[in-house]
Write a protein that binds this ligand. Structure first.
Ligand SMILES: C[S@@+](CC[C@H](N)C(=O)[O-])C[C@H]1O[C@@H](n2cnc3c(N)ncnc32)[C@H](O)[C@@H]1O
Length: 402
């Protein structure tokens, strides 16, 4: 095995620049941003750090080989040349994940099957035995990306998407993916606000994703510390010593970082949402640190009323898709605008919405706007700042945070 590898990190569209910054901080070099991902090189440590520390990445793929694959036979032959015994034991389990675009082999399922055949046939001809296929937490998760008849075969070091930090149970109304929540917080410059002691409030917190991600970020907690599965743990190239060292370092950083967290709160008017958020806070090890409360938006306020520090309101209100739903949400957005002005003077606010009409209903003018994708839905992240010097003239001026 070589000590320097080429990788591809995937992420949701619209966050690639944030991923580049993260990967560079882990020691990645030759970074190249593409749509929904970043390629880079580095030793295994960089990839392990990305699996453990990236708040933005979905998957970290270690490239094994690229080759032309104009036909199923060419795909099979190319894959058959890879020394698979270096990656998985004959008694191990494997799964193949595939994405296909602009290629003569048009079906991803068929391409994955061809690749799987190449792997098991190679083992069978060499040993008479073959690894078995398991889609649930396999020992080796192989990734095939077939683009313009060029195959890229990789080991999926993440195994399972990294947005699954381990603290969230499924269900609930439209929770944000954890890496999208982290992107909102980074775009809103939460790390700088937190460093200066500024508090955070999410007045419609749903499953609690934004307050939890905010606490992990401000507390220097590696998001991967709560996971018990990664694709590299049973991979034959795994460096257990290196991984142990990184885990130890992450635990030390968590201990240090959690000593000085600013106040972080999430409110929601829905009882079930509040219960779910509380259970997620508990699972994330943030009980007593992230405050969750049943409160209607109209009564939202900073956690510590006498605190002078201005903080960040970050929120993802419901935005509806049908016309009737959108109209019905106008009063909620108007209320949000009023609450921000009256209860959070001097604070910054970041509001994610998939509907421009509703954004206008806040009555506020954004100083910056980012485009992000919540699954397939294009959303706008609107940044607001209220200038406290103008409050008493009853006129609000939204100045740039830059
Ligand atoms: C899109 S979800 C938020 C999802 C959340 N960011 C997450 O990741 O789980 C919107 C939330 O707003 C809450 N909500 C709707 N109207 C509200 C109101 N008037 N006051 C407080 N919360 C409200 C809903 O209960 C729902 O949980």
């Amino acid at each position: 095995m070589t000590s320097r590898y080429t990788y591809f990190a995937t992420c949701p569209k619209g966050m690639e620049d944030l991923l580049v910054q993260e990967l560079r901080s882990f020691g990645a070099v030759s970074l190249k941003e593409t749509r929904a991902g970043v390629s880079f090189t580095g030793p295994l440590e960089v990839a392990y750090r990305a699996c453990l520390w990236s708040r933005i990445a979905s998957r970290i793929l270690l490239l094994i080989k690229t080759f032309p694959a104009h036909s199923p036979e060419a795909l099979y032959d190319g894959a058959n040349c890879i020394p698979w015994h270096e990656h998985v034991p004959v008694k191990g389990t494997l799964a193949v994940d595939c994405a296909v675009s602009h290629s003569q082999i048009a079906h991803s399922h068929y391409a994955a099957l061809k690749l799987k055949d190449a792997i098991v046939d190679q083992f069978r001809s060499m040993t008479g035995q073959r690894p078995s296929v398991s889609v649930e937490r396999p020992d080796l998760q192989v990734n095939l990306y077939l683009h313009r008849d060029e195959a890229a075969v990789s080991v999926d070091l993440s195994g399972d998407s990294l947005h699954r930090r381990g603290y969230r149970t499924e269900g609930g109304s439209a929770p944000l993916k954890e890496n999208l929540a982290a992107a909102l917080l980074l775009r809103a410059r939460w790390p700088e606000i937190a460093r200066e002691g500024g508090p955070l409030v999410d007045p419609m917190c749903g499953a609690g994703t934004l307050p939890i991600e905010a606490a992990l970020m401000a507390g220097d907690v590696a998001p991967g510390l709560g996971r018990n599965y990664f694709g590299f743990l049973k991979w034959k190239g795994h460096d257990a010593r290196l991984w142990e060292r990184l885990l130890k370092e992450a635990c030390e950083r968590r201990e240090q970082g959690m000593r000085n967290l600013p106040p972080i709160a999430g409110y929601d008017s829905d009882r079930q949402a509040v219960q779910r958020a509380l259970s997620h806070v508990e699972r994330a090890g943030l009980r007593g640190i992230v405050h969750i409360e049943k409160r209607d938006l109209a009564t939202a306020s900073p956690l510590h009323k006498n605190s002078l520090a201005a903080g960040l309101v970050v929120v993802n209100p419901p935005y509806g898709t049908r016309l009737g739903e959108v109209k019905a949400l106008h009063p909620l957005y108007r209320c949000l605008g009023e609450v921000l002005l009256e209860k959070f003077p001097g604070w910054k606010a970041a509001v994610l919405t998939g509907n421009d009409e509703l954004a206008k209903a806040t009555g506020l003018r954004a100083v910056r706007v980012h485009t992000l994708y919540n699954g397939a839905i294009e959303c706008k992240l609107l940044h607001f700042v209220a200038d406290p010097a103008r409050i008493f003239k009853n006129a609000w001026d939204y100045v740039s945070i830059i």
